[in-house]
Design a protein around this ligand. Structure first.
Ligand SMILES: [Ca+2]
Length: 311
């Protein structure tokens, strides 16, 4: 039966080849998906009817016509500000929207429109900010305090007031939101590099200097954190008693007065740290046993009712 043996071997070899091909293609697909998930970001714009001050929160430039591909008849005009000439410039359909620049868009009709754009996560970009008024975009995919986003430029030294335009009116801005644009007044000529880096800080947390027990729900958190070498520096810290509900991020400091949840038992406090570029660390934690019940005291001598006579 050599003929059958050859056929079986042929089938086995064919089977191995098919299996090998499947494994290789699956591996390649997985590798490709992983790469995409690291570099691609999506963002949804919700544009109101009328004027909107927007910016691109992704690094991929968008052609004006592509940006409005879903709503070709819904926008009337798009402007950007040209600092050297202190004048607006109208964008044509063939122009590109770019990271770090803000644009005025007028949406026609009475209904808001939503559109999602996808592209590479914000990458390094240098933005020149000449003295005077500039329209800049938020080059981050998440919200960030304006003073962190503009670091190392200093408020009152390098730049002054920042305005945002929301719901048809202007107000002073202290937070940069993705997809939005901002008027910023530069006190002197400056250059900004966005984002400075993408590496989150490392940190530690100890409750009451690492004590085993606490007899009070009021404790002191001892924290340390450091950013990567050459990074933007540790900026904010946030705490939680359950790793779900997080306190509003606050300025990073070495100690923090904190309240554990009140019932006696093992308590865990969680902390995470953010650098000035908006990179959040992983979650760090420490535990302590809360025991607020006073120790029971029983007097064994003298016996209850005994009369002590002074001799
Ligand atoms: Ca960092």
């Amino acid at each position: 039966m050599p003929y059958l043996g050859i056929r079986i071997r042929k089938k086995m070899i064919l089977g191995f080849l098919v299996l090998f091909f499947c494994l290789v293609s699956q591996f390649c697909f997985a590798a490709r998906s992983q790469k995409d998930s690291r570099t691609r970001e999506s963002f949804q714009f919700n544009l109101r009817a009328g004027w909107n001050l927007i910016s691109l929160p992704i690094a991929t430039p968008y052609k004006v016509s592509s940006f409005f591909a879903l709503y070709p008849s819904k926008y009337m005009v798009m402007y950007k500000w040209d600092n050297p000439t202190n004048a607006y410039k109208i964008l044509n359909d063939s122009d590109y929207l770019e990271l770090g620049v803000a644009y005025w868009i007028f949406v026609t009709g009475t209904q808001p429109i939503a559109m999602t754009i996808t592209g590479n996560a914000p990458a390094n970009r240098t933005i020149n900010l000449p003295q005077g008024w500039n329209l800049i975009g938020c080059p981050f995919i998440g919200e960030i305090a304006a003073e962190d986003a503009l670091w190392p430029l200093q408020k009152g030294v390098d730049y002054g007031i920042i305005w945002e335009y929301e719901s048809g009116g202007f107000s002073q801005a202290s937070v940069f939101k993705p997809g939005r644009g901002y008027w910023i007044y530069m006190i002197k000529n400056s250059t900004l590099v966005f984002p400075l880096e993408l590496i989150p800080p490392n940190g530690t947390i100890k409750i009451n200097n690492d004590s085993t027990y606490s007899n009070s729900a009021s404790v002191t958190l001892n924290i340390t954190a450091e950013d990567n070498q050459g990074g933007s520096g540790v900026s904010k810290v946030s705490f939680s008693n359950d790793n779900i509900n997080w306190a509003i991020p606050e300025d990073y400091a070495a100690t923090k007065n904190w309240s554990l949840s009140s019932e006696d038992g093992i308590k865990t406090v969680y902390a995470k740290f953010r650098d000035a570029c908006g990179n959040w660390s992983g979650v760090y934690s420490d535990s302590i046993i809360l025991d607020t019940t006073p120790a029971a005291i029983s007097i064994t001598s003298p016996l209850d009712g005994a009369v002590i006579t002074d001799r």
